[in-house]
Design a protein. Structure first.
Length: 303
């Protein structure tokens, strides 16, 4: 299986995608309809009393200019790792506990600009500022910086133009898709130590559906749960190796930027492997911090 496909599957499974895997890597949504491919960096922002300002870089890697709105939207993590808006999650009985536990940072943070047009290949800076952190505010607060594309001005005739006879065919409608990307903005009143354990590690075999050119095939997947310990969130990278492998050996599975937010105590993770383990081989999964203490091993588990 190609590294590109493995990477796409690792991302989908690590964020809690359903067990049916895509046969081909998905195209980034911002590449469709608008002609823009939106890149955002970094993938998360952390603020506290010592670091009150941050910058986020937006880059349109497409061929046409695109206008975007920049907003702060509260989103909640579900136990399967999916991220949902508060409005969507509030309709589900099974996740109301997570919704109630979310501590919003939306009133503590300001972003600028709120709307901008991205010229292809020209980076745009978005400034993020911690504007308010009252004394006594404890625990970790979070909101999500959300960048949403807007339909182009010429996406269809307006009602006013049709009424004035400016269009030959009368009123017409054109559906324009809207796409967005979102990154977490985390506010901490004080540093917290990240602690975690990995539970129920196991090997699963998952079917990849046929893509029309080849038959379905089965892929080995490492499945386990990350259990968050302590008041703060977790954020790090997961690697799966053959137990006892030499240092620097290529991992059988990899997932970067995996988080567990404070509103959930644990989340399920499933990572596809480049191959199934050989008879007698044991696997080891390692969770390494990429937040407060980059490179620190937070947890290990063998299976």
């Amino acid at each position: 299986m190609s590294r590109r496909l493995i990477g796409a599957l690792a991302f989908a499974l690590a964020i809690g995608a359903p067990p049916t895997l895509p046969a081909q890597p998905a195209v980034a949504p911002d590449a469709a309809a608008t002609g823009a491919f939106l890149n955002i960096s970094p993938r998360r922002v952390s603020l506290d009393r010592a670091r009150r300002n941050a910058t986020v870089i937006l880059l349109n890697q497409g061929t046409e200019p695109v206008t975007v709105d920049v907003a702060l939207v509260d989103r909640v993590m579900l136990p399967d790792g999916q991220i949902s808006t508060i409005e969507e999650a509030a309709t589900r009985e099974d996740v109301r506990t997570a919704v109630a536990a979310l501590k919003s940072a939306r009133d503590l943070v300001q972003v600028s600009p709120r709307r901008t047009t991205l010229i292809p290949g020209r980076p745009q800076t978005v400034r993020v500022r911690l504007s308010n952190l009252p004394e006594g505010v404890g625990d970790e607060h979070r909101t999500h910086l959300t960048v949403t594309t807007l339909p182009p001005r010429d996406s269809g005739a307006t009602a006013e133009a049709a009424a004035s006879g400016a269009t030959a065919a009368g009123l017409s409608f054109q559906i324009s898709a809207v796409y967005g990307v979102s990154i977490p903005v985390i506010v901490r009143s004080s540093p917290t130590e990240a602690r975690a354990t990995l539970t129920t590690p196991r090997l699963e075999m998952v079917d990849i559906p046929a893509d029309g050119r080849s038959s379905a095939r089965r892929v080995a997947v490492a499945a386990f749960e990350i259990v968050r310990e302590g008041p703060g969130s977790l954020y790090g990278n997961l690697e799966i190796h053959v137990a006892g492998a030499r240092q620097g050996a290529e991992p059988l599975g990899l997932a970067r930027g995996v988080g567990v937010y404070p509103e959930v105590a644990r989340r399920a993770v499933r990572i596809p492997l480049t191959r199934a383990p050989n008879p007698g081989e044991r696997l080891e999964v390692t969770f390494t911090d990429d937040d407060m203490s980059p490179g620190k091993v937070l947890a290990k588990a063998a299976f």
